[in-house]
Design a protein around this ligand. Structure first.
Ligand SMILES: [Zn+2]
Length: 301
């Protein structure tokens, strides 16, 4: 059974002109159901992170500021959205969803979160639309509970996962691999276990060659028993923030390669969405939907 995390709380209302296309969280499940890729039965409603779960990864000071809505204006501006209790609640559901996806991945091979991939969140502050770091929280919960022992994060968002790199810097059981635009946010990039920096306008062929030369070796070397895959679609040429030049087909081939690596090596894979900022939200939704379609084809056909 392909299990997909979704909750109405993912559909947070942001101001019309906000750069983050929140409507994708509604449009992706709608389209997948409409076309018959998924049915209602595939979706599950995630639970919410407890305070103790938040504190496995975030500092007590940061959590206290979120809980009491006392982030400074500068701290809130770094996240990029006016801070509200709802936004904090939403983050708690999204991060727990990523953890639940990992458990379902162990059971069924793969599971996807319609949201998640908040890799710019650090232990003590948020940035770039990210309040809590879902993949790092999920990783810490899995490790603490003995549900995973060696985790590989494959972060193919066009922006480097600075939060992941920072949080997991001293955690040898979690290998952070990030392939991203060299000349893009974040401009200070704390080192991941492996960073591949791509020049502006990188095309499908160059991108896929790099990925295919790298990922199989990482799997052999690190021997993960779980993979988190951040399948962001801000690598597309149409992306307003991405600066790379992938086609929708290239983006699909990227997903296909990563998913096959997990499947063929029998490693459970939990997929989170990350960014996507094409002018036309249709490009974003269609590329994300490809990830779900491939997941179904490759794991459940
Ligand atoms: Zn991004």
């Amino acid at each position: 059974m392909l299990k997909v995390a979704f909750s109405p709380i993912f559909l947070y209302q942001v101001p019309e002109k906000h750069r983050f296309p929140m409507q994708k969280y509604r449009l992706i499940p709608e389209r997948l159901i409409q076309e018959g890729t998924l049915s209602e039965a595939n979706f599950f409603a995630p639970k919410k992170l407890t305070e103790a779960e938040i504190l496995t990864t975030h500092t007590a000071e940061y959590w206290e500021k979120l809980r009491t809505q006392t982030l400074s204006r500068k701290e809130a501006r770094a996240i990029g959205s006016e801070m509200t209790p709802e936004l904090v609640e939403r983050g708690r559901y999204i991060a727990h969803a990523t953890y639940e996806c990992a458990l379902y991945a162990k059971q069924y091979g793969i599971s996807l979160n319609v949201a998640g991939g908040t890799h710019h969140s650090f232990a003590d502050h948020g940035e770039g639309f990210c309040v809590f770091n879902d993949v790092c929280i999920a990783s810490n919960l899995l490790l603490n509970r003995g549900e995973a022992h060696r985790i590989l994060i494959v972060d193919l968002d066009v922006h480097q996962g600075n939060g992941n790199a920072s949080i997991m810097a001293d955690e040898p059981r979690v290998f952070v691999f990030s392939m991203h635009g060299e000349k893009n946010y974040p401009f200070r990039k704390p080192p991941s276990d492996l960073d591949i920096e791509l020049p502006n306008d990188t095309d499908d062929e160059t991108y896929l060659t790099q990925l295919k030369q790298t990922l199989p070796q990482l799997i052999v070397a690190h021997k993960p028993d779980l993979i988190f895959y951040q399948s962001a679609v801000d690598v597309l040429a149409t992306d307003k923030l991405g600066k790379l030049s992938l086609t929708p087909e290239g983006c699909k081939q990227r997903d296909d390669f990563v998913l096959r690596q997990a499947r063929d090596n029998n490693i459970p894979i939990a997929v989170v969405m990350g960014g996507g900022y094409s002018e036309d939200v249709e490009d974003v939704v269609e590329a994300h939907c490809n990830t779900f379609r491939l997941s179904k084809q490759l794991f459940f056909a």
